[in-house]
Write a protein that binds this ligand. Structure first.
Ligand SMILES: [Zn+2]
Length: 468
């Protein structure tokens, strides 16, 4: 909201007002809403303490970095202080990537600076930049249709049209521009690629995120520009004049870097029963402080595990996994894979993950076998009063629990969060604490607690999940 000060301060007459009269006039203005909007929301409780603590005391924690190592030490101390047992750091090595200096501008047909960021696993441009013709493609399909060799020495620009969706479903297809676009451009001989960010905001913030080099593709420098910059490029492309870009992206691969998981338990009354696993990821991208992605997830699962045992131990042990290297953990390099290697022989009953910010949970899905229909009904009944509705469709957990789910064919419960605003912030400098609403964060904790109370106290057998 704009502050309507100008009505008072503009104009010679007003400037001549005595100071006391001016202050009185200012005091009469409706400032309340403006001040409330500008004041960071302050929460309380375990979940808020984790998001606030991790983003304040550690901040950005890209996988393989010294900051991610400090985050593991922070998590270890925090989980112990919260009363968890068997708290362990489980280190592993991963092929990740580190950012370098980055900037870009259009040099023809118009001089325009661009808000750009490198994609994870980009290779560096020459230190003094890559200057090349830039070719516009409205979609990934258009890039795929370009003749072989037609991009030799050029930079491809790929546009697209990601839109908001409550379930975040646009990220699959439009995120694919980031995941696959660079390989396709490289295979057609491009010297580099720039994409429209996979994001739904209109801020001048580019969204980073990892790309995946296809077998046989020679990596090229790859970056994403903000949505307003992509709009600009699209308008210039419509004018039909050749475009030239000058870009410097110095990020480079960081092979064999140290990462690690942090695991901790709240033991149950019957240690012989398969455990309940709840997960999040500790690493973050480096542009923001990783508040929604994914300090919030760690906060939610951890606070809910504790709340589920507030009135006494649950029957089954609840284990929390704060995974390392989720963001660059594709191709078996992530914490989820390492967890399955370390713990794949231990009996698990159910796995759940929180990695979609801190907005309200609105739907619940499961992959339970017909034999566990009564258990599913009990979970749904526990969520019904909170306005959370059962939804058909596969429940798959996510990257941090995917490997253990696949290995043990686990039962899964997904608590779906409102994703209307998630991709405004995801992987941008705007992923910061002020974007976390303490009330919706707590709603997540309450929903997770309700589910964990049912599952972790289930005495009967929890069967293997059924496939998608
Ligand atoms: Zn995440």
């Amino acid at each position: 909201m704009a502050i309507p000060v100008r009505r008072v301060t503009q104009g010679a007459m007003v400037r001549k007002l005595p100071r006391a009269a001016l202050l009185a006039a200012l005091a009469a203005l409706p400032f309340t809403a403006t001040i409330a909007a500008a004041t960071p929301q302050q929460g309380s409780g375990v979940a808020w303490d984790i998001v606030e603590g991790l983003t304040t005391e550690i901040g950005p924690r890209i996988a393989g970095s010294e900051a991610e190592a400090r985050a593991r030490a922070w998590a270890d101390a925090k989980l112990k202080a919260l009363g968890f047992s068997n708290v362990k750091i489980e280190p592993f090595k991963a092929n990740v990537w580190q950012r370098g200096p980055e900037h870009a501008k259009l040099t023809a047909p118009y001089q325009q600076p661009l808000a750009i960021t490198a994609l994870g696993f980009s290779v560096p441009t020459p230190a003094d930049g890559l200057t090349a013709e830039m070719v516009y493609f409205p979609t990934l399909a258009a890039l795929e249709a370009a003749p072989a060799g037609s991009l030799k020495g050029k930079v491809a620009f790929v546009d697209h049209a990601m839109r908001r969706a409550q379930d975040g479903s646009g990220y699959g297809p439009y995120g694919n521009v980031r995941r696959s676009g660079p390989s396709i451009a490289a295979q057609k001989g491009a010297a580099g690629i720039v994409i429209r960010s996979a994001g739904t905001d209109s801020h001048r913030n580019p969204h980073t995120g990892a790309t995946v080099w296809a077998e046989g593709a020679t990596p090229i420098p790859a970056g994403a520009v903000s949505n307003p910059d992509a709009d600009l490029i699209a308008r210039i492309a419509q004018r039909g004049k050749p475009m030239q870009i000058d870009m410097t992206l110095m990020g480079k691969p960081n092979p064999g870097a140290p990462s690690g998981n942090v695991v901790a338990e709240l033991p149950g009354r019957d240690p012989s029963l398969p455990i309940v696993l709840v997960a999040c990821h500790l690493d973050s991208w480096d542009l923001g402080t990783g508040a929604i992605d994914d300090a919030s997830g760690c906060a939610i699962v951890t606070a809910a595990a504790l709340a589920a045992q507030k009135d006494g131990k649950t029957l089954r042990t609840i284990r929390v996994l704060w995974s390392g290297n989720e963001e660059m953990g594709m191709n078996g390099q992530g914490g989820g894979t390492h967890y399955a290697e370390m713990h794949g022989d231990e009996p698990h009953a159910v796995a759940m993950e929180s990695d979609f910010g801190a907005d309200n949970v609105w739907q619940v899905k499961n992959n339970f076998a017909p034999a566990n229909k009564a258990l599913a009904d009990k979970i749904n009944a526990a969520l019904w009063p909170m306005g959370i509705v059962p939804h058909a469709g596969p429940a798959d957990g996510g990257a941090d629990v995917g490997a253990i789910i696949a290995k043990q064919k686990l039962a899964v419960v997904d608590l779906g969060q409102d994703g209307m605003h998630y991709f405004d912030l995801h992987h941008t400098p705007d992923d910061t604490l002020d974007k976390v609403d303490p009330a919706t964060l707590q709603q997540n904790v309450d929903a997770w607690t309700a589910v964990l109370k049912v599952i972790a106290n289930e005495p009967g057998e929890i069967a293997e999940g059924v496939g998608e």
